[in-house]
Design a protein around this ligand. Structure first.
Ligand SMILES: C[S@@+](CC[C@H](N)C(=O)[O-])C[C@H]1O[C@@H](n2cnc3c(N)ncnc32)[C@H](O)[C@@H]1O
Length: 210
């Protein structure tokens, strides 16, 4: 039986596309200066370099798979002493509240089928972040989805990819996790199927006034 192709960030699949890099870079820039970053479900460390480029930022990578963490560590050629590797579950992060400036989570939420599971992970990200959470979602607003909708309306066979949410559904999931959607960075142009989203955990001070 042929082995299934590794998903981005798994096994040997370490490459990032230009569209992904632009969206992630822009989201990180919009967050401004940050010092401590947590990469949730970091896989083989595909994004370590891009994250560490934030000047002076330390990056903690968390993943459920010991194998992926080992791959990430060995790929971290510069062996940055300020990078950390932690084995853990995105649904129960092993960290104290608000110890990171920014929590990033790419290519993970779309693989969680149930909204409840995604919200649980989002709540954990909000809990450990002082302010910013950057997550990737698959969305329904690109040409591919529009094409399938048209086929459906015409009575033709249509295949709607799983776990593609509308803007309102994404906004709702973030709200239920206590996060505010601040900015959307499309991965790609009209054919885009993913958004990198910058969300904000309202600070306790901000919440007092509301
Ligand atoms: C498709 S990879 C994405 C990796 C990385 N974020 C990237 O974009 O390159 C998904 C990763 O999620 C990890 N994972 C799956 N379930 C998890 C969980 N409950 N908690 C933490 N990591 C998990 C897998 O081990 C895998 O490394």
């Amino acid at each position: 039986m042929a082995a299934s192709r590794p998903r981005p960030g798994e096994g040997t699949h370490r490459s990032t596309t230009r569209d992904e890099r632009v969206a992630v870079r822009d989201a990180l820039e919009a967050a401004g200066k940050v010092r401590a970053i947590l990469d949730v479900a970091s896989g083989n460390g595909r994004w370590t370099d891009a994250l560490a480029k934030k000047r002076g930022a330390s990056v903690v990578q968390l993943d459920l798979s010991a194998e992926s963490l080992a791959a990430a560590r060995s790929a971290d050629k510069r062996e940055r002493s300020h990078n950390g590797y932690v084995r853990g579950d995105a649904g129960a992060l092993p960290f104290r509240p608000q110890i990171f400036d920014l929590v990033v989570c790419l290519e993970f939420l779309p693989y969680i089928r149930r909204s409840g599971g995604r919200i649980r992970a989002l709540k954990e990200m909000r809990r450990v972040s002082r302010r910013w959470v950057v997550v990737e979602y698959r969305h329904r607003h690109g040409l591919r989805f529009a094409w399938q909708r048209l086929r459906y309306r015409l009575g033709l066979e249509a295949r709607f990819p799983r776990n593609h949410l509308s803007y309102d559904q994404i906004d709702e999931e973030l709200r239920r996790a206590g996060l505010g959607l601040r900015q959307v960075f499309p991965v790609g142009g009209r054919n885009s199927r993913s958004w990198v989203i910058l969300a904000e955990a309202p600070s306790p001070d901000w919440m007092k006034g509301h």
